[in-house]
Design a protein around this ligand. Sequence first.
Ligand SMILES: Cc1ncc(C[n+]2csc(CCOP(=O)(O)OP(=O)(O)O)c2C)c(N)n1
Ligand code: SF4
Length: 498
Amino acid sequence: MAEHNVIPEKPKVTTDNYEAVHSKSAAFYPEYERKADLKHQTHYCPGCGHGVVHKLIAEALEDLGVQDQTILVSPVGWPVFAYYYFDVGNVQVAHGRAPAAATGLKRACPDKIVIAYQGDGDLAAIGTAEIIHAANRGEKITVFFVNNAIYGMTGGQMAPTTLVGQKSTTSPWGRRPVNEGFPVHVAELLSSLQAPVYIERVALSDNKNIMKARRAVRKALELQRDGAGFTFVEILSPCPTIWGKDPIEARKWVAEQMIPNFPLNVFRDRRVEIPNTIVPPEKTVEEVIGKDEDAGGVAPRRHHHFRELGIKIAGFGGQGVLLLGQLLAEMGMREGLEVSWLPSYGPEMRSGSAHCHVCLSKDRIGSPLLSRPHILIALNEISLRKFASEVAPGGFILYGRERLPEDLSLPQAQVVCVPAPEIADKLGLAKVANIVMMGALLEETECLSPATAMSVLEAKVKNPTLLELDRKALDAGRLYIDHTVAVGAVTQADGFAQ
Ligand SMILES: Cc1ncc(C[n+]2csc(CCOP(=O)(O)OP(=O)(O)O)c2C)c(N)n1
Ligand code: SF4
């Protein structure tokens, strides 16, 4: 991203025939990445309001000199393509969640300009809760709400803002209040709240109104730059394609149909002082809630031979995949590391596939999601085949079977096979196979201490018989590595552990 703290002089574009007076805002990328046959066009249809709104925002960012401080949050819907155009920090989020993501970003980085750019399907349907609560908390973000009265991207289903009588694929007879309710007036709804500082509705119906929209966009961003509070601009916007109109008719439809239903207005324009009654805590959390006796105190910090270790554990539901991850994260925490645990599993709790990511780090963790884990613990063959190639070169794979499948070659990683189910069966309880794997992991990699493992198990497992089995399973996993793997009896020719 280029430096833009000072308003740059735009380079003049001159040819033999003309000198360009207007040129593309520097807040846009010089070139938009598009497939070869689409290079001459943007994602948006001719006459679409999104292109105009993009332009208004980009010009405002450039003129205010805040391009380098800006984070644009774009959710599902046409707004999600914004990252192809704006040369700012871009974050894509799930449907409706932009105000929540923007809240987190702004709180973590209060000096940034954080923008949520949302459609009406996104903001006023699936994201209703997020926008209302972000506005109600007075988050210091700016929301640009592009209201085209329809779900554009998915081909024209009814939106909460669809007009009474307006046809859509899901209201083919036209919206009927008795069945589908009345259109939701978001700007009015938000202006019933105390915290917002600026709420305006504008329209892209003609040049005069576009200039008003331009001023509103700027004003919202200026207010955010000056630390004011929650700012919101609703923009009535044409969607010629789904409305089945040409661009000129679509603009007319905004003027003649949308504006009477959604009156243009400044609904809120005042500074709000939200009383800050937060006083710094006088006591530590431990002093307030007491020491967690179950935790057995914090284990002494030990030397770790890694700065950051990403572990992926995979298998099927019922194998203790997620629990193994939780235990490792808890152990890391007790050893003074930053930790994260990110589970992923299907709707079925048993027999469906399940995996989790565990990060252990000496530094703050940027993302709990691991695209290149250092270690894979695969508890079944399906997971091994699915995830082995993700392991970082030089990484380690712990496979919970006696040997690798004949046809599988894993040259990039060290592989150790441990027949955990058989070991657990011999101990008398199949479900401690995950603890056998934990023992093997600790012995082979020395990433965490077995003593910490026992202290965590003692805190979590209340049944003494089960705890004893866990202790045996942990030892069995460690011994297997020491006695069996060390003599090369089970690791595979493909791995370089032998
Ligand atoms: C969780 C989830 N539900 C539904 C969808 C399907 N979906 C994609 S875009 C969209 C509607 C977008 O409409 P709007 O927010 O009005 O934006 P527009 O495309 O009109 O600009 C929907 C429902 C999805 N991607 N994710
Ligand atoms: S379908 Fe509508 S909202 Fe989507 S790009 Fe085309 S005109 Fe714009």
